[in-house]
Design a protein around this ligand. Structure first.
Ligand SMILES: *Cc1c(COP(=O)(O)O)cnc(C)c1O
Length: 454
């Protein structure tokens, strides 16, 4: 250890190496100097791989510079077979949505300016008319995500009062969101009714009292409850709430806007159904099955949505112009269901035929074998993810990497310039092609071959 340390060159000496000076053409001088320091520190810590020549030091420093220049947020190829993967950014945006973001964000926009009247406008008006047209709601507003929509809704209608919810719906969604915690932060006090597996209309009736402001119905989106179960549908709850003179808040999560039953995806309500069921306020996400940007969408009566716009918290939960631009352009595609299924990536991935996915998998496997990567096309099951259609298995095709251990393949693919994230099945790494945008097929081959060949 002491011997190695004695052999470590001085920082100043390394900075004078011509190879290191050349690095300053690609990166700021301070960043290069920091990289030199990090390379020396690394050599001090790990006595094994100490660079033993000027060339080796330049290579180690160049690697540190590369690491420092890599963006924190960057694209990855999702080959997990999970269409709405929260850790991988949920819904990829449609080309139309990206174009709308570029149009609006490159310059100024009428975000809060009414160009007809020449007066101040409200950002909360954007998308509202279109959402009403598409869902049958009377009014709508957009906030940061569905969790924010739930907080704003309860804070607006139930602050200091009671919100009644079934114990079967006190769910955790995506690890960071627990419905009871979110509800407690809104200022509403939670009144739990029923049991984990069974809640009846009478349970709600008994719980509703003079201090009750709302009944809350949360869609159990990420798991299936089977067996000895009972719950009260949002339509029945809407009647019960109306009779009791309280609001019904229906958080249905997915934001499904198109009927996917022709493709075997049944059992999730669409936004139009949720509105028709009669809840006072319907809440949903923008980046799940709707296939748009991260957003929380509130649908409801003009009076209740108006009260939410007037809540000071709305200012803290408001969205950026880029979100509104992407959301509006995505929603426009739903005016024609065929267009929506063709143009919105999430819907296209969910509805693509297994034959077309397999054909692509075979072409990808062929190209990978040409590049020296041993692989086989296998059958696979893709899933919807993102807390929607939790039980659904979508027949898919995957490229299985042979002759390399799953952890090794994983580590190499994660280190690619565009990282590839696959799934481990029976100790092999498989790349499910259903969730890879066809546009990325060649990139997937190039990225994989490069890192798997070494
Ligand atoms: C996903 C989900 C949420 C959270 O939505 P975000 O947009 O991620 O905040 C809330 N409720 C339900 C029922 C969900 O499925």
């Amino acid at each position: 250890m002491t011997d190695v340390r004695r052999r470590l060159p001085a920082i100043g000496t390394l900075l004078e190496l011509s190879g290191v000076r050349e690095l300053t053409a690609r990166a700021p001088r301070d960043l290069v100097a920091d990289s030199v320091r990090r390379a020396v520190e690394a050599a001090r810590r790990e006595s094994t791989d100490t660079p033993d020549s000027d060339e080796a030091w330049v290579a180690a420093i160049a690697a540190e510079v590369e690491r420092a220049l890599v963006r924190s947020l960057r694209p990855v190829i999702n080959a997990t077979g999970v269409v709405l993967h929260t850790n991988l950014g949920r819904a990829p945006l449609a080309a139309q949505a990206l174009a709308a973001v570029r149009d609006v964000a490159a310059g100024y926009s009428n975000l809060e300016y009414d160009v007809v009247r020449g007066a101040r406008g409200s950002r909360h008006q954007h998308c509202a008319r279109l959402l009403c047209e598409l869902t049958g709601a009377a009014d709508a507003m957009i906030v940061n995500n569905c969790a924010a929509a739930l907080v704003l809704t309860l804070n607006t209608i139930a602050d200091g009062r009671e919100a009644v919810i079934s114990r079967g719906e006190l769910v955790e969604i995506g690890g960071s969101l627990r419905v009871p915690d979110i509800m407690a932060r809104s200022g509403a006090s939670l009144v739990e009714v029923g049991t984990t597996n069974r809640t009846h209309a009478a349970d709600y009736r008994t719980a509703v009292g003079p201090n009750t402001a709302a009944i809350v119905s949360v869609h159990r989106s990420n798991f299936v409850l089977e067996g000895f179960v009972a719950s009260v549908s949002p339509a029945e709850l809407a009647k019960l709430a109306a009779e009791a003179g309280v609001a019904l808040v229906h958080d249905f999560g997915s934001g499904l806007m198109a009927d996917l039953s022709p493709w075997g995806l049944r059992g999730e309500p669409t936004a139009r159904h949720a509105v028709r069921d009669g809840a006072t306020l319907v809440l949903m996400s923008g980046d799940k099955l709707l296939g748009g940007p991260q957003a929380g969408i509130v649908l409801g009566s003009a009076e209740s949505v108006g009260a939410m716009r007037a809540n000071p918290l709305a200012r803290a939960l408001r969205v950026d112009k880029m979100t509104l631009a992407a959301l509006e352009a995505t929603l426009e595609l739903y005016r024609d269901a065929d267009v929506a299924v063709r143009e919105i990536p999430v819907l296209r991935m969910l509805t693509d035929s297994v034959d077309s996915v397999r054909t692509r998998a075979e072409a990808i496997a062929l190209a990978m074998r040409d590049g020296g990567t041993a692989c086989t096309v296998v059958e696979s099951d893709a899933t919807v993810g993102g807390g929607a259609f939790p039980g659904a298995r979508i027949p898919s095709a995957a490229v299985r990497l042979d002759g390399i251990s799953a952890p090794d393949a994983n580590a190499r693919l994660h280190g690619a310039a565009v990282p590839v994230v696959g799934r481990i099945v029976e100790s092999h790494l498989v790349l499910d092609i259903r969730t890879v945008p066809p546009l990325h097929d060649e990139l997937l081959v190039a990225s994989s071959v490069k890192v798997l060949a070494v």
